[in-house]
Structures are given as structure tokens and as C-alpha cells.
Write a protein that binds this ligand. Structure first.
Ligand code: ATP
Ligand code: MG
Length: 369
């Protein structure tokens, strides 16, 4: 990948940062949306208990993270935005509001049913209760029921995931509280991946979760984020808190981490600079063949050391490690065919961002649309 970066001026990066901030404003859920989510949550719980009386329900994933910026969103339409930007807002809104919900049950329920049977049983009560668009994905890696709540219209993915999803959601939340640039970059990358159709693990591309881990990894390497799993409270050894054979410890008290000066960010780059650098990193610099992006260690690990065989044709597969479940290869959905699609999109975005050096070119929108 050869691009002429000499044309990228401070002004251009400022423009990119402004475009990024606008995009974030446009796609932040409103407070009304959050109330509707709460209503949908309660109705899902109520119906789930008809099938499983001891069920408890947990909210995880992006809607639980509340990746939201203060006072953003509501006054967007009043600001003289272009039609394109308004279109972007509507489209993204539609695509990003699925709630991820996880049911936990008393332990004997898991002995009595397979994950697919749990999903079938749940799907049937959801249908009978009048939930809309009920689909049972019994053959997915993690079987889920998809529904649309009849009252609020909110779409939900409901599964019986392990507790680890709640911990990794908390981990991402802690990272989002350290530096606001993380959230903005996540919005841009998620939005771009959905527009470019490379955010569908079911069809061989990457999950949002994988993109978020890639963003954290990149920001760790860049000195914007620390590695929370390597920081002990007492400055001594990192404790071991075992859940489902994983160590789920991480330094969650990020306020103290920052105020005590235990973590000081040395990177002063703007969001615009980081957006350009992110796409450059994953299109030209990251060592896909030998390396694994590891948020857990804040570094690139070697595939060999992890016992993840390297394979040129599968280079993206086995390139991102789950922060807790270290055997979980988060890039798994990507295969020989989709690899070119995904890598190609990174390269495309990077080229557009690096070549649109002029101010006012709308490069961010162009790169991600
Ligand atoms: P979207 O808005 O696209 O739904 P999201 O931020 O909710 O994005 P998802 O990819 O839907 O991201 O993942 C939601 C949550 O599911 C993650 O926060 C994580 O807890 C869990 N998860 C998803 N994929 C995996 C995976 N491969 N391994 C472990 N946990 C996963
Ligand atoms: Mg989700």
C-alpha cells in the first residue's frame, strides 16, 4: 500500500475530527431510545419466565455499553446538516439499535437441554406471546432467538451465553471511560464496517465485537489506552478471578487509575489522526500472518506461541484474541474468500483517507460510505 501522506495537513486532520464528531452525534441513541430499551427488556424477561421460571436476564453488547456522548443527538437536525448526513443518521440508527440480551438459568437447566433446545423453547414462547419477527438461529456458534418487541419495535438477540459476555462488556465500558477518543473511533469503525458489509459474522465477516477489540488493541499500541488486565490495584501481582476457566480480573476503577497518575496518556493525537492511523495500521502494518492482536496483554502475540497455526490463506482468522477466553479466536468467521473482502475494505478506507488531503472533501464520509 503506497499513499502520499505528505499532503495530509493539520487542517485536514481537524476537518476529519469534525466529521467524526458529527457522525458520532448523529448515531448516539437518544434518551427516549433508552427508555424504550428498558420497556423491551422487561417484556422479554416476563415472557422468558413463562418458559424458564427461574430465568434472569442481562443486557450486554453495544446498547448496554451506552457508548453515548453528552448532549449529543437531539439537536442534530437543527444544525444545517446535509441530506447525506441526515440519511447517515437514519440508516445507522436503524442498524445499530439491536439489544443483546443473555438469559441465565439455574444450573440443572443446562443439563436438561442443549443450547439449541433452549433456543427453540424460548422461541416458541416468544411467538406465542406475540413477539414479532421471531427467528431461531439454532445453528449459530452461539444459538440465539431474534425477536422484535411488539410494543416498542426494539429488536433483540436473546441467547444463553456464558457470564463472560457480561465481563467483556464491563471491560469495554471501562476502556470507554478512560479516553473519549476510543468511543469516537469505535463509532466510526463500526459504522464503516456496517456500511461496507463486512460486519456479518454469520456470513464470514467480522463481528462488531472484533472491530472494537481491534480498536482497543490499536489504541494500546498507540499509547492512548492502558492495558487494564495488567494493572493490579495494589501495584503488586495481578489477581486471578476465575469464571468459566478464564481470569476475568481487570482494573475497573479507572477514575482512580487516572487521578492517581498510575496511568498518564502520552498521546495527544486528534481523532482525525487516529482514524487515519487505525486504517493504515490494519491495512499495512499489522502482521496478520504471524501475529495475534491481544487486548489482554496490550501487545501483538505470536501465533506460534499461542499454538494458533499460521496459514497465509487464513491470515485474518486467528488474528484477534478474546481478552478473557484466550482460546477464543474472535476473527474466526473470516475464511479464505471473505479475507480479501475484509482486507480490501481496510485498504480502500486507508487509501481514501490518505489521498483526500484537501480540506472540505468529506473524506471521512466518503471512506466509510
Ligand atoms: P452491534 O451494534 O453491531 O450489535 P455490538 O457492540 O453489540 O455491536 P456484537 O458483535 O453484537 O457487538 O457483540 C455483542 C457482545 O457479544 C460483545 O460485547 C461481547 O460481549 C459478545 N460477543 C460477541 N462476539 C463474541 C465472540 N466472538 N466472543 C465472545 N464474546 C462475543
Ligand atoms: Mg450487538
Amino acid at each position: 500500500l503506497r499513499v502520499d501522506e505528505s499532503k495530509l495537513t493539520t487542517e485536514y486532520f481537524e476537518q476529519l475530527s469534525r466529521e467524526s464528531a458529527e457522525l458520532c452525534c448523529a448515531i448516539v441513541p437518544s434518551s427516549e431510545e433508552r427508555v424504550r430499551q428498558e420497556v423491551a427488556f422487561r417484556s422479554v424477561l416476563e415472557v422468558a419466565r413463562r418458559a424458564f421460571p427461574d430465568a434472569s436476564l442481562h443486557h450486554f453488547g453495544s446498547t448496554a455499553l451506552g457508548f453515548s456522548l453528552a448532549n449529543a443527538g437531539d439537536d442534530f437536525l437543527g444544525k444545517g446538516h446535509t441530506l447525506l448526513e441526515i440519511f447517515v443518521r437514519i440508516l445507522t440508527h436503524l442498524k445499530m439499535k439491536d439489544m443483546d440480551l443473555s438469559i441465565s438459568l439455574g444450573s440443572n437447566a443446562y443439563d436438561a437441554y442443549t443450547p439449541a433446545q433452549l433456543v427453540e423453547k424460548l422461541g416458541i414462547v416468544m411467538k406465542n406471546a406475540g413477539m414479532r419477527d421471531v427467528k431461531m438461529l439454532t445453528r449459530a456458534r452461539v444459538p440465539i432467538v431474534k425477536i422484535r418487541d411488539a410494543i416498542t419495535g426494539i429488536r433483540c438477540d436473546i441467547g444463553f451465553q456464558s457470564k463472560l459476555v457480561l465481563y467483556n462488556t464491563r471491560l469495554l465500558k471501562a476502556y470507554s471511560r478512560i479516553d473519549p477518543r476510543f468511543r469516537e473511533l469505535v463509532f466510526i469503525v463500526k459504522y464503516w464496517s456496517k456500511q461496507r458489509n463486512i460486519n456479518e459474522p454469520y456470513f464470514g465477516t467480522l463481528s462488531s465485537y472484533c472491530f472494537v477489540l481491534m480498536v482497543i488493541h490499536f489504541l494500546q499500541i498507540r499509547g492512548v489506552l492502558p492495558c487494564l488486565q495488567q494493572i493490579a490495584h495494589d501495584g503488586q501481582n495481578v489477581p486471578n478471578i476465575a469464571i468459566d476457566e478464564a481470569n476475568v480480573y481487570f482494573c475497573e476503577d479507572v477514575d482512580t487509575l487516572v487521578s492517581s497518575g498510575k496511568w498518564t496518556c502520552t498521546n495527544a493525537e486528534t481523532v482525525g489522526e487516529l482514524v487515519v492511523a487505525f486504517f493504515k495500521y490494519f491495512s499495512a502494518e499489522f502482521p496478520y500472518v504471524h501475529g495475534v492482536a491481544s487486548v489482554r496483554t496490550g501487545s501483538v502475540l505470536s501465533k506460534e506461541d499461542k499454538g494458533w497455526t499460521k496459514d497465509r490463506q487464513q491470515e485474518m482468522n486467528r488474528s484477534v484474541e478474546d481478552p478473557f477466553e484466550t482460546t477464543n479466536n474472535v476473527g474466526r468467521p473470516v475464511d479464505k474468500e471473505t479475507l480479501f473482502e475484509v482486507r480490501g475494505e481496510f485498504i480502500r478506507a486507508s487509501k481514501i483517507l490518505c489521498s483526500a488531503g484537501g480540506v472540505g472533501t468529506g473524506a471521512a464520509y466518503e471512506a466509510i460510505l
